[in-house]
Structure formats: C-alpha cells, structure tokens
Design a binder for this molecule. Sequence first.
Ligand SMILES: [Zn+2]
Length: 384
Amino acid sequence: MGFESQKERVCKLADENREKIVSMAQYLFDNPEIALEEVKACAYITDFLRKEGFEVEEKFEGMETAFKAVKKNGDGPRIAFLAEYDALPGCGHACGHHMIASMSVGAALALAEVLDTYPGEIAIFGTPAEETGEGKVYLADRGVFKGYDVAMMLHPNARTTIYPKMIAIGGMDFNFTGKASHAGTYPYDGVNALDAVVLLYNNVNALRQQLKDGTRIHGIILEAGKAANVIPDKGVVRLEFRAKEQDYFEEVVQKVVNCAKAAALATGCELEYDWFEPVCKGLKSNRALEEVMEEFFPQFGVDDFILIDGGSSDIGNVSWEVPTIEPMLGVCEGEPGIHTADFRDATMLPYGLDRMIVGVKLLALTGLRILDNPKLLEKIREEM
Ligand SMILES: [Zn+2]
C-alpha cells in the first residue's frame, strides 16, 4: 500500500473516532483544571489511551500530572505528539488546551494504525502546566524528548498560522530591602524601598528605547509600603521579559538586573532577585517540518491564514531538543482572541469541532509522511 491509500485509511479512522475525540474534548472542557492540578484530565486521557492499546506511564518523570504513552513497531521514525490540558484560573479552557489534548490523542490513535505497515514509534507526551511554563521545561530538562525525530502539536486559535513565531519568556522578582522609619520625624534614618521600586521601573522605561524590536518587558509592583507615614522598608517588583532571540533574551535580562542594581545603589537598599517562573525558550522554528504539514492545509479547506506573532510557550524548550512545530489552527468563525470567554465557548461550536477533526488529520498525516518517507528527516534535522 502506498502513501495515498494509507492516507485514506488514517483520515477514515480520524472520522470514525470523531465521537471519542469530541467526548474527550467535552470532558476536559467541562472539568477545567489549572496548572499542575490536571488530575481528572490526566486520568481520563491515560485511561483512554490504555484501552486503545498504548503503553502508558503515569506520573511521568515524577511529575504528578504528566504522562507518556507509546505504541511502536520495531525501529523507525520516532514521532512525538504533545498534549496540553491545563485551563486558565477563573475562565476554564479559554486557551483551548482541551482541543490540544484531543487533537494529539486523536492523531496518535489514527496514526498508530499504520504501524502494521511502517516501522516506527508513536508517542504522546502529556505535558501539564503550559500556562505557567512548567511542564515542558521540566520534562525537557530531564531529556525525555531526546531521541525522538519530531515533536508536534496544534494550538487552536481564532485564525490559522503555519509558522508562528514564539519568543523566549521568563520572569523575575526584584526584592528591595531598606529600613523603616517615621516619615515625618526621622526620614533621614530610613532607607526607602519604594524609591528603589520607582527607580527600577523608570530605569526600565529608559531602557526600552534601546532595545531591539519585539522585545517586551512588562510587570507589576507587588509591594511598596503599607502606610504613608512610614518609610517603606520592603519593595518588590515582578517583571517578565520576552525577546526574539535566545542570546538577546539573556542580554536583556542582564540589562534589567543592572537597572535594579542601579536603583539599589541609588537608594541604599539591598537587592535580591530570582526567577519566579521558569524561563521558556523561544521556539526554534523548523521550516522543513512545517512544510510537511503545510501540504495538507488546503486539502481540508483551511485557508484562514494570518500571521500570529509574539506569543511564548514552554514548547520552546522542547524545540531545542528535537525538531518541533506548533502551528495555530483557526477554530472560530468570529475573531475572539484566545484567553477570552468568547474564544472558550467558540471552541465547542460545530465549526470548532469540525476543525478539531481537521487538526487530528493534519497532525496524523504529517506523521504519516515521515513514516512513509523517513528521508524527509534529513532536511528536518539539518535545521537543528
Ligand atoms: Zn495555550
């Protein structure tokens, strides 16, 4: 059987499994769980995969809500699908991760069928806590993606982007410690942490003009005094940084640390700083792999293309270990932005569900191309 007949087989399976895939999405949608608390989601998906004959490892690498599921047939291309399933605090699956999990599971299910024809491995990694940037960073740090030939997932969005740019992100807390004192009677005895907070903020504002396009620094003041008549002895600024290139990201972080040091020096405060969230690297794009998937978009009538830029995700860390793609798939007829209630609700409308099955096929067929023609991996690997 050649590629075309296997393709027909995979697509037919994706359609036949529609009810199972939609039920999974509905269950996750109805039971939203935030980062690292995805207990029900993880149980539902792993039970499902086990029943479908996958070898399942729960609490993967010691992470309570991570899993790995595998089907294989001898030595051949090793294809990994990534599943996210965490929701947003307070607004459910407004980032559509219920669809990500369902599409990846659906794709693995359909593609695993052709392992009777092709040698290779189909794996699904359950990667929790995308919203807080924890799951994939933790798993990538433990080297679990090494040895796979490709990793992929689709992210639902209002519109479709085959080549999204995802940039590095990380965040630090800057803690200034000064000395409290009566603001009216003994102000000269005080060391003002609020001043340090303000100076840091202003220093960063001055820095902005000298930063490369696409760089972002955004944040909040977490603490800056409790009473107007007391010189504040504690000030905390929480800042997040984003930059397009990994090297430059590190440079930006150093520049902001210098802004904080200057504020500490000027006010006499002591400074401590540390990451409050893991650093997610920028997505190392793999054009050759994106092109493998690109072929299939028009075949399913997907033409709502738009350029989506500037997001960040922990998938970035996977992409430095293994060739990785995360195209965005439009799942809405309107244009609600992700992380809104309108987007969340649109994902379960008939249009969204139809697109979810298209997503299953896009992922599965990309895998099929590689199983059918492992030579494609040479070009894909070259980009690493
Ligand atoms: Zn998301």
